[in-house]
Design a protein around this ligand. Structure first.
Ligand code: SF4
Ligand code: SF4
Length: 352
């Protein structure tokens, strides 16, 4: 018989920092999604509403599911937090996106774990492995699998490792011994709610995504709401503030896994350098990272807003030559979305 202990031991061998098992049940916390959607907090993320029924019960994803094996992988690396960077001309990119795309890296590792489970199990079983993209409320299952608790910042927090964790799961019809759920340990702390620059954490554990910098710089495809542009600050892809201020990340352990180390062009990049990079260069810079989720015009839009906030609006003038007079082909600057945000940034620079 394949036991939960054997699966967890194999997960450790494969490089996962955490692994636990939750029962495949409709836990009460799963029902909150519907309330959250009804409040309009999902913004343009229509796919969440479309898959809400499946997200409410993993047995609609894998019929007959009995267990959810959840893994956690630490991705924190030895670099300063964004809140410690004083130079407003440094482009801030969320920590999880600095290295290789976690979907690819962890997808292979999860598949290796599932393949091993199939080899070891005397009985055939149904299973699906997901890394973030499945119709699964993975943080709820991570909590019930004993990996930690869902903090007031809505992240899964492990008392020893903090919250810089990639979660992934295998939903399966095997009957594995579940772990004891993680205990809530935020207590009276409200550091994340107090630090959020837009008030997106409307109350403990409730995120209005339409105000969150992660949503605005990644998920939102169109124009960035003007009242929120100043709060974007220097963020060009995602936001880590509500995790950086969390006492459970002071300090957080670091991963030496080469996959999560920042690629050179994303290691505290200067906004001007990114802006002057040709489209082809920007594409190859983010290729193979999680940053491909924001398309090129979206990245240019974010950069324009961040440069406007940094007082660099005037350097955004649409030209295909850099300061050395070399050609820099950037057809994405002709995108009306980009042009609109460049104009906003330039006017901000002039105090209009
Ligand atoms: S990611 Fe940033 S904007 Fe979003 S809730 Fe956290 S602190 Fe607020
Ligand atoms: S900052 Fe405080 S309240 Fe927020 S998640 Fe961390 S411990 Fe919980």
């Amino acid at each position: 018989m394949l036991t939960a202990e054997a699966v967890k031991a194999r997960a450790r061998e494969l490089g996962f920092d955490l692994c636990g098992v939750a029962a495949a049940e409709a836990f009460p916390e799963l029902a909150y999604l519907r309330e959250w959607l009804d409040a309009g907090y999902a913004g343009d993320m229509a796919y969440l509403a479309r898959s809400a029924d499946r997200r409410a019960d993993v047995r609609r994803v894998v019929p007959g599911a009995r267990s959810v094996v959840v893994t956690g992988t630490l991705y924190n690396v030895d670099r300063p937090y964004s809140t410690d960077i004083q130079d407003p001309a440094t482009a801030l990119v969320a920590r999880y996106a600095w290295g290789d795309d976690y979907h690819d890296v962890l997808g292979s590792r999860m598949q290796a774990l599932l393949d091993w489970m199939r080899e070891q199990s005397p009985e055939p079983f149904e299973a699906r492995a997901y890394v973030d993209t499945g119709p699964v409320q993975e943080r709820v299952f991570a909590q019930y699998a004993g990996l930690g608790w869902i903090g007031k910042n809505t992240c899964l927090i492990n008392p020893d490792l903090g919250s810089w964790l990639f979660l992934a799961e295998i939903i399966c019809t095997l009957d594995l011994e579940p772990d004891t759920q993680g205990l809530e340990q935020c207590g009276s702390c409200t550091a994340c709610l107090d630090a959020c620059p837009t008030g997106a954490l409307v109350e403990a554990g409730a995120l209005d995504a339409t105000r969150c910098l992660s949503y605005l710089t990644i998920e939102l495809r169109g124009s960035m709401p003007e009242p929120l542009r100043a709060a974007i600050g220097s963020h060009v892809y995602g936001c880590d503030i509500c995790q950086e201020v969390c006492p459970y990340n002071q300090p957080a352990p670091r991963s030496s896994d080469p996959a999560w180390q920042p690629r050179p062009g994303l290691d505290l990049p200067r906004m001007v350098d990114l802006w002057q990079t040709p489209d082809r260069g920007l594409r190859s810079l983010v290729k193979g990272s999680a940053m491909t989720r924001a398309k090129l015009p979206g990245l240019r839009r974010n950069l324009a807003v961040a440069m406007g906030n940094a007082g660099l609006g005037e350097t955004l003038a649409s030209t295909d030559q850099n300061t050395d007079g070399h050609d820099v082909p950037r057809p994405s600057l002709d995108d009306p979305l980009v042009r609109d945000h460049v104009e906003w940034a330039r006017q901000r620079g002039r105090g209009v």
